[in-house]
Each structure stands twice: as structure tokens, then as C-alpha cells.
Design a protein around this ligand. Structure first.
Ligand code: FAD
Length: 405
């Protein structure tokens, strides 16, 4: 039995253990993770790790010695299959039962798979783990044409790396613009144009019929009958939160596990954090959402560690996120969903600009492309939901910090 058991050795799980020790928690801690590796950063899997710019050692969240010194027991390569909330124990796939005082569920999610025929052919990939990225890297030499399905951040980032490698890339997006779920139209159109300028064939409102091939993928058949030849297909169409054992144990939820302002689930002594935690978010008008970002996983982990240490806090962190594609660094703050107006600050043609999202005259989010100053200074506008004249926001000569003062 451990005082704290953390299920999931990813961003949230690692940070929960780090924050507990930082807060001088002296009890025993075990982290159970189904991947074989120590916790590592996931964002580089579609960026610097995939492109070969960063070796695996450089994306470890902490070196091995860190966990040993802080007496955090890493039980890796082990999957939790059930939870007994009454007995305060979890069972792993190898049949072991591990008791806990408090449980932190930080399991993230698994990539959604295509429902169509051929989705299991060799050469069809999703990107969530180091093993996924290594499988793709191992096949790259034999690939001249690739199809990326899904125009979200992961799909776009993977397409950018493949294009950099000189592959012929077709990107298929089912909706009428890329990044439709997370950004406004101006940003979508900017990224579509950038990808096209880098040789990526971006196709919108694309309807995939099936994946073709004998054992290995050879192409993607569209509803129109056209077959796009490909030796590799990367599918980036979102995740399914990994919460089955908790829901089976009686926790409330569905699309994620429901948590309160302290990340407590409906089961006693069980918290949930990160991608799998369905929480009421103040930056989404208090609606229940799941956030898939490193920031959210880290902040919820830190909150839970402090809650375990007896502090009385509520989750109210401002969401932020980044994405790198080609030489473009996008940094976002706030959530743009539900905006009713946008202001573009700076000229997209200069490849350094920001889109500011407003709702009822108040700033709710910023998407900053190669514009770190706006991102840093605009944060306050979002946190305080300031009401600022659109003409002033659009005037790139006036620093945002002056408007926030
Ligand atoms: P994870 O980090 O996924 O960790 C969950 C761990 O739990 C995994 O190791 C999983 O295998 C394990 N697990 C699941 N079920 C069980 C079980 N039953 N038993 C044991 N272990 C289990 N976010 C950003 O903010 N910026 C980015 O640029 C960005 N880029 C990304 C690029 C890619 C390719 C991916 C995949 C994600 C990216 N993200 C990015 C999202 C970010 O990585 C996630 O939001 C973050 O990892 C969430 O942390 P988590 O702890 O909830 O889940």
C-alpha cells in the first residue's frame, strides 16, 4: 500500500509526484504507467522528436536519478485494469493489487481511430506515444507519399515535418477549414496557406471512404472514388479519454471523468487530472470541458498535490497552448470558443501577428503567431476579461501592456 498512487506516468502524473515532494509530502508515492519509459514530454512527438532535432533523453521530464532521490516509485510497463474504490486498491493487468490512501488518475487518452476499412493496415499510424513516433520514424525511408488525416494541431505539425523531410504530403480535413475546433477562421486560413506554400496539398471537406492496401497501406480511397497513393497514413482525429476502469468503478462521467473545482471525482479519495478530467472551466463560461494541454495537466497536478497537503484551492488557471509548424511559433492564451468578434493585430503577410477574440466586447483569447510579446502582454487582458476598444487592440504600435494597465 502506498499513501498516494498515481495512475499514468505522463505529464500530469509526473507533475503530481514532483509537486507533492516540492510541498514536502513525506508519504510513499507510486506512479503506475503502462508505457515502458520514464515520463517524457509528448509535444515533441509531432515536432522536434519526429524531425530528429531532439533525442529521447532530451525530452524526459526528469532524469532517472530525480525519481530515485525523491523516492517516487515508478511501476512502469503496467496497466491498471480495475479500481476498487471501497477497498482503496487498483489491480494491474498482471494481476497485482496495489492499495492506496489517495489515488490520482492521470491517464490521458488513446487516439481515436478511423472507423473505415483498412484502418489497421501496416503503415497507418496515430501519434500519442514514443513507440508511435519510433514506428513512424522507422518507416520513413520507404515513404515518398504520405497522407495525413485530420487538420488539428497534431496533423498539421506532422504534415510540416513530413514536408520538411521532402515527402509529398496530402492533408485531408473533413470540415471546411483546418483547426476548426480550436481557432477562428483567420488563423485557419493563414495555416492553410502556409502549408500550401510548403507544398502540402491541403484538401478541405474531404470524405475518406477507406484505406487501401494488401497488408500495408498503398493509398487512401476518397468518397469521390479517387485514390490518393500513400506509403504512410497518419491519423490525427482526437482522443478518447482513458477512463473505463474509473467509470466501471462508479465514477461519474462519460467523455472523461467528472471532477469538481479541486479535481475530486465522485469517488472518495480519487482525483483525476489532465486530458481525461472533465471540469467546469471559468474560461469556458463555467461549462464542463476537457482540456488537452500540458498547461492544464501540470496546473491540475499541482492543485491536487496542494489539496492533498491540506490547502483549500480551486482550479482557475488560464489555459495556454503552443504549436510549432515550419518556422512559425503559435502561442495561445484563453479559449476562443464562443467568440462573437475578432481583431487582427499586425499583418499576417509579415508572418508575425495576433488574432484577438472578443465576446460581448471583452477579450477572451489570443492566438499569437511569432508574436511572443503580444502573448505575454495579452495574458492579463484574457485573465481579467477586459473590455477594450477594437481599434486600439488592432493598433500594433501600442503594446498590449499599455491597454491592460
Ligand atoms: P499523458 O501525458 O498522455 O499521460 C497519460 C499516461 O497514462 C500515458 O503514458 C498512458 O499510456 C498512461 N495510461 C493510460 N491508461 C493507463 C492505465 N489504465 N494504466 C496505466 N497507465 C495508463 N500540449 C500542449 O500544451 N502543447 C503542444 O504543443 C502539444 N503537442 C502535442 C503533440 C502530440 C503528438 C500529442 C500526442 C500531444 C500534444 N499535446 C500538446 C497534448 C499534451 O501532450 C497532453 O495534453 C498531455 O500529455 C496530457 O497529460 P496527461 O497526464 O493528461 O496525459
Amino acid at each position: 500500500r502506498y499513501d498516494v498512487v498515481i495512475v499514468g506516468a505522463g505529464h500530469g502524473g509526473a507533475q503530481a509526484a514532483i509537486a507533492l515532494r516540492q510541498a514536502k509530502f513525506e508519504g510513499s508515492i507510486a506512479v503506475i504507467g503502462d508505457e515502458p519509459e520514464l515520463p517524457y514530454e509528448r509535444p515533441p512527438l509531432s515536432k522536434e522528436y519526429f524531425s530528429g532535432e531532439k533525442a529521447f533523453e532530451r525530452i524526459l521530464i526528469r532524469p532517472a536519478a530525480f525519481w530515485e532521490e525523491r523516492k517516487v516509485e515508478m511501476l512502469l510497463g503496467r496497466r491498471v485494469v480495475s479500481v476498487d474504490a471501497e477497498a482503496h486498491s487498483v489491480t494491474t493487468a498482471d494481476g497485482a493489487t496495489i492499495g492506496y490512501g489517495q489515488l490520482i488518475w492521470a491517464t490521458g487518452g488513446s487516439p481515436r481511430r478511423l472507423a473505415c476499412a483498412g484502418n489497421d493496415l501496416a503503415g497507418v499510424h496515430t501519434v500519442r506515444t514514443r513507440a508511435d513516433a519510433d514506428r513512424m520514424l522507422g518507416e520513413l525511408d520507404g515513404v515518398s507519399q504520405a497522407v495525413v488525416i485530420g487538420g488539428g494541431y497534431i496533423g498539421l505539425e506532422a504534415a510540416a515535418v513530413l514536408a520538411k523531410f521532402g515527402k509529398k504530403v496530402v492533408l485531408l480535413e473533413a470540415l471546411d477549414r483546418v483547426l476548426a475546433r480550436v481557432a477562428g477562421e483567420d488563423l485557419s486560413r493563414f495555416y492553410e496557406a502556409e502549408h500550401r506554400a510548403h507544398g502540402v496539398d491541403v484538401r478541405l471537406e474531404a470524405a475518406v471512404e477507406c484505406i487501401e492496401g494488401e497488408g500495408r497501406v498503398s493509398g487512401v480511397r476518397m468518397a469521390s472514388g479517387e485514390v490518393i497513393p500513400a506509403q504512410m497514413v497518419i491519423v490525427g482525429i482526437g482522443i478518447v479519454p482513458a477512463v473505463e476502469p474509473l467509470i466501471a468503478a462508479g465514477a461519474e462521467g462519460g467523455n472523461g471523468v467528472a471532477v469538481d473545482h479541486q479535481c475530486r471525482t465522485s469517488l472518495p479519495d480519487i482525483f483525476a487530472i489532465g486530458d481525461c478530467a472533465l471540469h467546469a472551466n471559468g474560461f469556458a463560461d463555467g461549462l464542463p470541458i476537457r482540456l488537452e494541454s500540458v498547461q492544464n495537466a501540470n496546473d491540475q497536478a499541482t492543485l491536487v498535490a496542494r489539496t492533498i497537503m491540506g490547502q483549500d484551492l480551486a482550479y482557475d488557471a488560464v489555459p495556454w497552448f503552443w504549436s510549432t509548424q515550419y518556422d512559425l511559433r503559435l502561442q495561445t492564451v484563453g479559449l476562443s470558443t464562443g467568440h462573437d468578434a475578432t481583431v487582427t493585430r499586425g499583418d499576417p503577410a509579415s508572418r508575425s501577428f495576433s488574432v484577438i477574440y472578443l465576446k460581448e466586447g471583452r477579450v477572451i483569447a489570443l492566438d499569437c503567431v511569432n508574436a511572443t510579446k503580444d502573448y505575454v502582454q495579452g495574458r492579463k487582458l484574457v485573465v481579467e476579461r477586459l473590455s477594450i476598444d477594437a481599434a486600439k487592440l488592432a493598433d500594433a504600435a501600442t503594446p498590449l501592456k499599455e491597454l491592460a494597465a
